[in-house]
Design a binder for this molecule. Sequence first.
Ligand SMILES: Cc1ncc(C[n+]2csc(CCOP(=O)(O)OP(=O)(O)O)c2C)c(N)n1
Length: 179
Amino acid sequence: MVVVGSRLRSNETKTYSVQFPENIIQVDANPVAQQRNYKIRNFICGDAKDVLQRVLTGLAGVSKIDTEYDAAVVDAKQAAINALRTQLDQYALICDHLRTALPQDGIFVRDITMSGSTWGSRLFPVQAPNQNIHSLAGAIGLGLATAIGASIANPDKKVIGLVGDGGLMLGIGEIATMA
Ligand SMILES: Cc1ncc(C[n+]2csc(CCOP(=O)(O)OP(=O)(O)O)c2C)c(N)n1
């Protein structure tokens, strides 16, 4: 198993309950990502694109693609989306409408809690780097300032910030000052 660019955090591993095989290989640009959450013996520190390109070159002619496995991954992803849609019920429409409103090169910023972990980080499809911005920490309140910052840094792009009323209150004083 090869893990690329994932810190194998609690969110991604069902609170660290997922068991990985002994021969797992982890690839990450950050050297301290190794052993952060799981004991990983085979660690490659490097840029994901560069490392994977070298792997592909090394495998040229000997790689064997298991189409059944690929199909199983596609099915598992669709099953997860369906289950999430059932769980969210009408709230899934938030993601659908936001996706329609945000151009493909737009930037989606979230505060944490519901806007982050319930719909924002799970159902909303984002296909490119730097378009999916949210805090990895536990403090609410960063969403509004981050969305404003992302917008100032990308004046030609549409930015949507999704923030709960509680998280918004942490920036309300700054909004009053700006006004
Ligand atoms: C800086 C900070 N203060 C307090 C908390 C505790 N806390 C966690 S969630 C939350 C309420 C969040 O409300 P809201 O932003 O409206 O999110 P939603 O209810 O939509 O999940 C609070 C106060 C926190 N995580 N961070």
